[in-house]
Design a protein around this ligand. Structure first.
Ligand code: GLN
Length: 253
């Protein structure tokens, strides 16, 4: 089996270790004998995105989002919409997530149009939402697995029909108000969690890979299990530490 992983705007949109998401996906394929090819996709490149299996779109500064926004509107938008409708699996983090919604209104008032792939919009708030985050994902099983990560964003995202990726246990999530974090629409997953996300949350990396394998090889395709003992310990250590420190800071008991 073979999977092609696209890294969208790898040079401009990869803050707080977001590149590690691509490395984690490729490595978890390699450990299982699945050939994973990583292809960066840059500004100006018009490619058939349906040929990809997983697309990773990281976060970035407002300034870099301006450049990327122009390219999405002029060059890649139609191909991305087609690929998403075809079941493409996508992980979009923070700045990338914002540009998949309808728009991101910056603090300056300027509006960056998005692609409307995720039914949501984003407006910059007065204060940045920064810190460690823990999120519960009841849709992924019982007991609900958690995601741990780090968030740093001015944008506050509000969902319409998209469902949240998880419920905030610690942190601000989409907007610091409604308790939701991230968004899921078709096989597109938006999140504010950096860290990088996937090495610390191997169950979620495998969820993305499973969806990608099923799209390419049929509903019976399954990932052989890996020994994730070390990854689980790392996840657990980060989760406990974040909750302990977060509670100390906020005074929550
Ligand atoms: N520039 C965006 C914001 O501040 C995204 C930041 C990020 O990707 N970390 O909201």
């Amino acid at each position: 089996m073979r999977l092609v992983i696209g890294h969208l705007y790898a040079d401009l949109m990869s803050v707080y270790g977001d590149r590690g998401n691509v490395i984690a996906l490729a490595q978890r394929c390699a450990w299982r004998g699945i050939a994973a090819e990583v292809r960066p996709i840059g500004i100006g490149e018009a490619v058939d995105l349906r040929a990809f299996d997983v697309l990773v779109f990281g976060g970035g500064q407002d300034q870099d989002q301006l450049t990327v926004c122009d390219d999405l509107q002029a060059v890649k938008g139609a191909a991305l919409r087609d690929a998403v409708a075809d079941g493409l699996v996508m992980l979009a983090v923070c700045g990338g997530y914002q540009l998949l919604g309808y728009y991101f209104r910056l603090g300056s008032g300027e509006v960056l149009p998005g692609l409307g792939i995720i039914d949501a919009y984003t407006v910059a708030g007065r204060r940045r939402l920064i810190g460690n985050a823990v999120v519960r994902c009841p849709w992924a099983g019982s007991p609900a697995p958690t995601l741990v990560g780090f968030e740093n964003h001015s944008g506050q995202t509000f969902l319409h029909s998209a469902r949240p990726l998880g419920a905030v246990v610690l942190g601000s999530g989409n907007n610091g108000r409604d308790g939701g974090e991230g968004a899921v629409q078709l096989n597109v997953f938006g999140t504010y969690l950096h860290g990088p996300l996937l090495p610390k949350n191997p169950w979620f990396a495998d969820h993305l890979l499973t969806l990608a394998l099923r799209r390419r090889y049929g509903a019976d395709a399954a990932l052989p299990p890996l020994d994730d003992a070390l990854e689980q310990r790392a996840h657990e250590a980060v989760r406990r530490r974040a909750l302990r420190l977060g509670r100390q800071l906020t005074g929550v008991r």
